[in-house]
Design a protein around this ligand. Sequence first.
Ligand code: KG4
Ligand code: ZN
Length: 337
Amino acid sequence: MKILGIESSCDETAAAVVEDGRTVKSNIIASSLEEHKLYGGVVPEIASRRHAESISGVVKEALMQADCTMDDIDAIAVTFAPGLIGALLVGVNFAKGLAAAADKPLVPVHHLRSHIASNYLTSDLEPPFLCLIVSGGHSHIVAVNSYTDYEIIGKTRDDAAGEALDKAGRTMGLPYPGGISIDKISKTGNSDAYAFPHPKVDGAPFDFSFSGLKTSVINTVHNAEQKGERINIPDLAASFQKNVVDCLISNLEKVSEKFGYNKIVLAGGVSANSLLRSKSEQLCRKHNRKLYLPELKYCGDNAAMVASQGYYEYLAGVRAESSLNAYATMPIDIVNF
Ligand code: KG4
Ligand code: ZN
C-alpha cells in the first residue's frame, strides 16, 4: 500500500511516498530555514507563504521520484496538528484538494506520532515501547502501547528541550537553530566549566522543567557582561547541553526502571543531538535495553514519517472528512481525532 505523506507544521514543506509504512520511495523537503535565520527564529507568516509557494512542486517531485502518479497512491496522509496554524493550514488544504480531485482517502496525522514513526522507516521496531520525544515544541516521555495508542508518562511543565536549547543558543550569540549550534560548538568545550541547576517538578518525578535553566544561562551571560568578564562560549554551551541531556536521561531512566520497558526509542529534532544519542546508548547498555534512534535524516521534520504513521492510522480506520481543520495544539494521546 502506497501512502503520500504531506508535512507543513513548521518551516519544512515536505512530501514523501512510503510503501506499507516502512519503505521510503521518495522523501522531498523544501526548507525556509535560511530565511528564518535572519530573524533568529521561525517567522510564522514567512513559513506559511513559503509553504504556499512550494507545496505543489514538492508533492509533484515526491511522486516523480517514487516513480508514481496519483493512480498508484492508496491514501494521502497529512499533518493536521500540532504546529504553526498558518503553516499547517497550507498542507491540510492542499491535501484536502488533492484527495477530492484524485478521489483518495485522507488520513489526519498527529505531528508527534509521526516523529515516533520515523523509527519505523529504518528498523523493525514494533510497539509496545517507551519513547522520549524531544522537539522544538514538545518534550514527552510516552508509552507507545500500539501504533495508535499512546500514554503520556512525563512531560515538560514549561519550555521544550529544543526551545530551551534554541533560546540559550540565542543568548550565547550562536546562529539559529541554537540546538544544532550548541551541539556543534560543545564538542570543543568543557562541560564541567559552568554549574546549572537540575530542576525537579514537585510531585511529578517524570516531568521536566527547562525554563529555569534557560533563565540561568541568561543570568550567567548578563552577570559576566556586567562584571566585564569574558564568557567561554564553547564551555558554556557544553555545560548547558550536558545539563539538558542529564535532565532528559535521568527521567527516562526512572521511567524505564519503574515500568520495565525493554525497548527505548528516541524521536524529534533534538534526538539528532550527539550527546543525547551517546548518553541514551550508555543508559540502554547499563540496563540491558534495546535502543532505537531515528536516522539523522529523519530526526527533523519530514513527510516520510507522516506517510509511515498515516499507514498505521489508515489500518486503524482513521479517516478525515472534507471539513478537516488544522490545530495549533493537540495532545498525542487523544483517542478520536
Ligand atoms: O522536530 P523538529 O524538527 O521540529 C519540531 O517539531 O519542533 O525539532 C526542532 C528542534 C529545534 O529546537 C532544534 O534546535 C532541535 O530540534 N535540534 C537539535 C539538533 N538538531 C535539531 N537540538 C540539539 N542537537 C541537535 N543536533
Ligand atoms: Zn517536528
